[in-house]
Design a protein. Sequence first.
Length: 60
Amino acid sequence: MEKLKVYLRDVYGELKDKTTWPTFKQLQKDALIVLGASIAFALVIKVMDLVFMNAMDIIY
């Protein structure tokens, strides 16, 4: 049980003192980049789906 306490204390110390956390502004910017990339990938997949669906309709 003592090892667990030491481990948790060390983890807390790492998160508190040695981890750099992004600012709220940076977090917003990064979230918008992820959102934009997700939408772009979704659109590419949708277009590919439509192309293949139409190709299969023409073939069969």
